[in-house]
Design a protein. Sequence first.
Lengths: 186, 173
Amino acid sequence: MNKVIRFLPLILVLALGVVLYRGLSLNPQDMPSALVGKTMPEFSLLTLNDETRTVTNADLVGDIVLLNVWATWCPTCKYEHPYLLELANNEQLKPHVKLYGINYKDERLAAQKWLQHYEDPYHFSIFDEQGTLGLDLGVFGAPETFVMDHHGIIRKRFAGAIDTRVWRKEFEPLIKQLILEKQQGK
Amino acid sequence: MLNRVLFIVALAVSCFFMASVATASPVETFEFRDEVTKVRFQALSKELRCPKCQNQNLADSNSAIAIDLRRELYELLQQGKADSEIIDFMVSRYGEFVLYRPRVSSVTYILWFGPALLILIGVIVVIFILRKKPAAKVDLALNAKQQDKLNQLLQSDKENANQKSNNDKKDKE
């Protein structure tokens, strides 16, 4: 018993070391969204490219959806853009997954120009000029990407740019699972 | 040439001023219905955390999202929403994370009760240490035999000393 007590401080210090060391590799921005497991908040907004077309949450339900929050004022979105194009043109994903954009707190003209210049990977972009939809989604910056299943339930939120590494690690397993769920008619 | 230098200086100066404007503390002004609403706004913006710059509250932060959330907070207050409704509004969007004072739930028990528990453990340990009986007193008195032995030793020691001083005297002589 006495021997155990003698080593107790050492054990405690080692345990503390393990905890702190683990803390080094955690990303504090990596927060679970409060909306995971909930349906998409209701909205009714115009699209970016067509000022007369109104879209609502009903337009996003039915497919597996990637909803990407972007803006022309966001440099990381520019970095992310080529990979989004790659995803949009991916033959394996095309039949299952649809990519939509939320143009978040941006200027319409600048955003339209951006899409013309860099190509448009989105089926459509929702024009959220005031950031109201962003607020309801708990968006705190751009880029952010939400994944919704075919019932319109938010299954994941990712803050930051998507690239090959991130896609493989964060999205691919979930998307595969969602495709399977859809095929099984869950 | 001189013109160009002047131009660059002017540019640098204006950049400096623009930068200092950009880093100034939040300055948007709100008109409140009454004094109570103002105090509630100040209190809530200190209690709510900025989701982007995670170690600042809404009142401190300059990030775009904090400005938006301050405006949202102001509008909710003007609509006459209760504090609890406003907190629910924020939590349903940004998660428990936005609360600097987390709610008591099974996840936060360790935060709320951990420190009290540690103090309690400390107190118990101290009590145990204090109440531990000191080792039984050893009888230090000598018995007769030991006393004799001691006397003998002291005696022989004295004799040795005498002898030595005698020798010393002889040496000096």
